[in-house]
Design a protein around this ligand. Structure first.
Ligand SMILES: Nc1ncnc2c1ncn2[C@@H]1O[C@H](COP(=O)(O)OP(=O)(O)OP(=O)(O)O)[C@@H](O)[C@H]1O
Length: 762
C-alpha cells in the first residue's frame, strides 16, 4: 500500500514536471516561475526514487490507545482520508519513541518492530516488547541501552562496500539526542573511533533540513570533511535520505576560484595554520603600501614630458591619510590616489608658475606663466588630466597596488624580503608558481578580508581595463609601467595587473549573470562571502587556528556542529582540546556531547587500541565496543628485508578472509612507495593513489588517507615507523588500529612499540 502511494506521488510529480517543461515563452517572471517549478519537481522525483529501498523500516504499537505508527524515510499521508499519516518521517517528533523508548521508559510503546525489506518485499521483522511484564512472559525484551539489537548487529556485521550507509533504521538513543540537538549555537560532538560521529553529523544535517527547511534550504548547510576521498566515502548518505540541499567540501575547496589540492610537508602546513599568520598577513598588506627612500621622478605629458619629483614625505602623508580612512587596503586606494594627485597638481602648478616661457599648458584663456591666475578650476583640470596619465597610474600602482588575495599571498611567499619584513618564518618561501595547498586557503581568505575585494576590485579592474583600452586607442601603449625612475624589483611582480586579472573581471561578471540559474548550494560554493545557515565540521580536531577563523567567517550565526576526537588529532596544527579551538570565538558558549559506544571496532581490536590510547593520555577512556567479532587480532614480526614478502603474503590471506568485504592496508607514509609494489605484485587490482577508489576489494593507504574510513579487515604495517614519523605518531597509530569492523593484523619489521606489547602472544 505504501509503495502504491509512493508510485502515485512519483507519477504526479512527473506529470507536473512535464507540464512545467512544456510551457514556453512568457515574461521573465513566468520563465523564472517555470524554472523553479522544474527544479522543485525534479527534486521531488529524485527524493521519491531515493527512498525506494527501506521506505518503511519501523512500526510502533502503543499500549493504551492501540495506535500503530509506521516509521519510514519520508512522510506519506492519505489524501482521501483527511491526510491521516500513513508513514511518519523518521525526523518527525512522532518518530522519536522509535529511537528512545526503552523497557525502563517505554513512552507508551508496547512493541517496537524493525522491518527488513528487500526491494518491495518484507524479508524479516525483529520485535522488542517494551512492556516489562509481557517481556518477562515471552522472554523477548529490549537489551539494556541498545535499541533494536538484532537490526543493529546485522547492520554492523554486514560487509563494507567502500561507501558509508545511512543508519536511520538503528539510530541509538545517545546519537538521537545529538541528531535532534538545537539548531542554535556550537554543538561539539566528541567521541572515540567508531562511535558514529560522522553518521550522526550527516543525520543531523538531514534532521535540521527537515525541521528548519525554509531557512536552511536557502542559506545552505555546509559539511566540511578532511579530504576528497572521505567526501566520496560519505557522499551517498544524504542523497539516500532524500536530502540534496547541502554543500560538501574540504578546507581546500573553500576559496572560490582556487583549486588547493597540492601537497606540502606537515611542518609547513602547521606554520601556515598558526594564529600568528593573521598578523603576518596584516603586516604583509601594510608592506605593500610603499614609501620609497628617495623622491620618485614622474614624467608628465601635461608638462611635455618634464618630470616632477614626488618626495617620500608627501607619499608617507598620503599613505597615512589612506590608512586613517579606516578602509581596507584596496578600498582605501582612491583615498591614496586623491592625496597623491592633489600633491602632483600642486607640483605641476608650481612648475608652470616658475616657467615664464610656458605656453598655456591648460588650454585656458589666461596669460601664460602667471601662477596667480591658476584658480581652483584650473587645479581641478590639472588633477583630471593627471588621473589619465600613464606614468601617474604606474606610480600609484607601484606605491599602493590593488591586490588580489592570490597576489598578496603568492607575492609574500615568493620573496625573502617580504617574509622577513612581515615577521614570517623563511621556511614558507616558495616559487610564485607553486600550486595552492589546503593550508593556503585560510590565508587567502584572511588576505581577502584584509584587502577588501569582490565587487569593488571587480569594478576597479574593469575600470582599469576601460582606461587601458582608451589609452591603447590613443596610441599610448606604454601604460604598464614605463617609468625608468621607478625601480621595478621583479618583472613577474604579481601586483602588476595582467591579462589574467582582466579575464578574472569577466569571469566574475559572468558569475553574477549566471547566478540566477544556480541552486543555493551552487551559489554558496561560488561565493566567498556566503553566510551558511549551519556548518558541520567532521574530523574537526584537525583544523588549524587559521582554518577556524575562515569557518567562523562563513557562519556568522555560529550555528555549528563540530564533530571529532581530540585523541585522533594527526595534523601538527590540529587541536589538542576543544576549548583551545573554540574559546577564541564562542568563549564558554559551546555545548559538549559525548558519544561513548563504539559501533565499528569489536572488543578484541579495541583492547589493542586501548593500550595505544593509554600511552597518549592515561586519562582518556576508550569507547565501549558494542560487540565482539570472535576473532583475535594477530601481530607478526618479519626481518626488515623480508617485510615486503611478508606483507604480500598477509595481504593475499586477509583479502581472502574478508570475503565479499574490503581490506585496508595501512602503511607508514615514509615507506609507502617502497612497500606498495609488494602488494600490487600479488593483488594488481588494489586501489592506491591520491584518491584511491574505496569500492576496490583492497585499498592501500596512509594513516592520513585512512582517517574516518573503515574496512572489514585491516593490516597495519610497521607501527613503530607510524609512531616515529610524526610528533603525533601515537595518535596516528590509534587511528590506524581502529579502522577494522572485523579483523586486524599488525605486521612489524623491528621491535614493537611498547604500547602494543600487551597483545603479543594473542
Ligand atoms: N546506530 C548505528 N546503527 C548502525 N550503524 C552504526 C550506528 N552508529 C554507527 N554505525 C556505524 O559505525 C561505523 C562507524 O561510524 P562513524 O564512521 O560515523 O564513526 P566515527 O565516530 O566518525 O569514527 P572515526 O572517529 O573513527 O572516524 C559506521 O559504519 C557507521 O555506519
Amino acid at each position: 500500500m505504501l509503495y502504491g502511494h509512493l508510485d502515485t506521488l512519483r507519477e504526479e510529480a512527473s506529470e507536473q514536471l512535464q507540464r512545467a517543461l512544456l510551457q514556453s515563452g512568457g515574461t521573465p517572471a513566468d520563465r523564472s516561475h517555470r524554472d523553479s517549478a522544474t527544479a522543485l519537481y525534479t527534486d521531488r522525483i529524485a527524493q521519491y526514487s531515493a527512498v525506494e529501498n527501506g521506505l518503511c523500516f519501523g512500526r510502533l504499537d502503543f499500549e493504551e490507545s492501540g495506535e500503530v505508527r509506521y516509521i519510514g524515510r519520508i512522510g506519506i499521508f492519505d489524501e482521501d482520508n483527511d491526510y491521516e499519516p500513513l508513514l511518519i518521517d523518521w525526523r518527525a517528533p512522532a518518530s522519536r519513541p522509535f529511537y528512545l523508548a526503552t523497557a525502563a521508559a517505554p513512552e507508551g510503546v508496547r512493541r517496537r518492530r524493525h522491518i527488513r525489506t528487500e526491494r518491495r518485499t518484507v524479508t524479516g521483522v525483529d520485535d522488542e516488547v517494551l512492556d516489562l511484564a509481557e517481556a518477562h512472559h515471552t522472554g523477548r525484551g529490549a537489551h539494556d541501552g541498545v535499541a533494536g539489537e538484532a537490526a543493529l548487529l546485522s547492520a554492523l556485521n554486514a560487509s563494507r562496500t567502500g561507501r558509508m550507509k545511512d543508519i536511520v533504521e538503528t539510530i541509538q538513543a545517545e546519537q538521537d539526542r545529538v541528531i535532534r540537538g538545537d539548531l542554535n549555537g556550537v554543538l561539539v560532538v566528541q567521541g572515540g573511533p567508531g562511535t558514529g560521529k560522522t553518521a550522526v553529523a550527516l543525520h543531523r544535517a538531514a534532521y535540521l533540513l527537515y525541521t528548519h527547511r525554509q531557512m536552511l534550504s536557502s542559506r545552505v548547510v555546509l559539511i566540511v570533511g578532511p579530504n576528497p576521498t572521505f567526501l566520496r566515502y560519505i557522499g551517498q548518505v544524504l542523497p539516500s535520505l532524500a536530502e540534496t540541499g547541502v554543500l560538501l567540501g574540504t578546507m581546500g575547496d573553500l576559496f572560490p576560484g582556487v583549486v588547493a589540492h597540492t601537497d606540502e610537508p606537515a611542518t609547513i602546513a602547521e606554520i601556515k595554520g598558526r594564529a600568528e599568520m593573521a598578523e603576518v598577513l596584516a603586516t604583509a598588506v601594510q608592506d605593500r603600501q610603499r614609501v620609497p627612500d628617495e623622491a620618485v621622478a614622474i614624467r608628465l605629458d601635461i608638462l611635455d614630458g618634464a618630470a616632477v619629483m614626488l618626495d617620500p614625505e608627501v607619499i608617507a602623508d598620503a599613505r597615512d591619510r589612506a590608512r586613517r580612512s579606516g578602509k581596507l587596503h584596496n578600498l582605501a586606494r582612491p583615498v591614496f590616489d586623491t592625496e597623491i594627485i592633489h600633491a602632483l597638481s600642486l607640483l605641476v602648478a608650481d612648475t608652470i608658475g616658475i616657467d615664464p616661457y610656458a605656453d598655456d599648458p591648460l588650454g585656458g584663456g589666461d596669460a601664460p606663466g602667471d601662477p596667480q591666475i591658476l584658480d581652483e578650476a584650473d587645479l581641478a583640470e590639472i588633477r583630471r588630466e593627471l588621473r589619465g596619465e600613464a606614468e601617474v597610474l604606474g606610480a600609484l600602482d607601484w606605491l599602493w597596488p590593488i591586490l588580489t588575495p592570490q597576489q598578496l599571498v603568492a607575492g609574500l611567499f615568493a620573496s625573502t624580503a617580504r617574509l622577513l619584513s612581515a615577521g614570517a618564518p623563511l621556511a614558507l618561501q616558495r616559487s610564485a608558481r607553486s600550486g595552492w595547498t589546503p593550508a593556503d586557503v585560510p590565508l587567502l581568505d584572511e588576505a581577502a578580508e584584509l584587502l577588501g575585494e569582490d565587487d569593488t576590485i571587480r569594478e576597479i579592474i574593469a575600470e582599469r581595463q576601460r582606461k587601458r583600452q582608451i589609452a591603447y586607442a590613443e596610441g599610448a601603449l606604454e601604460i604598464a609601467f614605463g617609468s625608468r625612475s621607478i625601480d621595478v624589483e621583479d618583472e613577474d611582480d604579481p601586483e602588476l595587473l595582467s591579462v589574467t586579472d582582466l579575464l578574472e573581471a569577466d569571469r566574475l561578471a559572468d558569475r553574477q549573470d549566471e547566478a540566477s540559474g544556480l541552486t543555493p548550494a551552487e551559489r554558496a560554493a561560488a561565493d566567498r562571502k556566503w553566510a551558511f545557515g549551519h556548518v558541520i565540521v567532521d574530523e574537526a580536531q584537525e583544523l588549524s587556528p587559521m582554518a577556524w577563523r575562515l569557518l567562523m567567517r562563513r557562519c556568522p550565526s555560529r550555528s555549528m556542529t563540530v564533530v571529532g576526537d581530540v585523541a585522533q588529532t594527526g595534523d601538527l596544527g590540529g587541536a589538542a582540546s576543544w576549548a583551545s579551538a573554540l574559546d577564541p570565538y564562542v568563549p564558554g558558549r559551546w555545548r559538549l556531547r559525548e558519544l561513548t559506544v563504539n559501533y565499528r571496532t569489536p572488543t578484541e581490536i579495541m583492547a589493542v587500541a586501548a593500550g595505544v590510547l593509554a600511552g597518549i593520555d592515561p586519562d582518556l577512556e576508550p569507547p565501549r565496543s558494542v560487540r565482539a567479532a570472535g576473532v583475535d587480532p594477530w601481530v607478526r614480526g618479519a626481518a626488515p628485508a623480508r617485510l615486503p614478502d611478508a606483507l604480500a603474503e598477509a595481504a593475499v590471506a586477509e583479502a581472502a578472509l574478508a570475503g565479499d568485504g574490503r581490506l585496508g592496508v595501512i602503511l607508514p607514509a615514509s615507506s609507502f612507495a617502497d612497500l606498495v609494489p609488494a602488494v600490487l605484485k600479488v593483488l594488481p587490482d588494489a586501489a592506491v593513489g591520491d584518491e584511491p577508489e574505496l569500492a576496490a576489494k583492497v585499498v592501500v593507504l596512509t594513516v592520513k588517507q585512512a582517517k574516518g574510513l573503515e574496512f572489514d579487515g585491516v593490516i597495519v604495517v610497521d607501527p613503530n615507523q607510524i609512531v616515529e614519523e610524526s610528533p603525533r605518531g601515537a595518535n596516528d597509530l590509534y587511528v590506524a588500529l581502529t579502522r577494522a569492523t572485523q579483523r586486524l593484523g599488525v605486521l612489524h619489521p623491528g621491535t614493537l612499540p611498547d604500547s602494543l606489547h600487551a597483545v603479543v602472544g594473542m
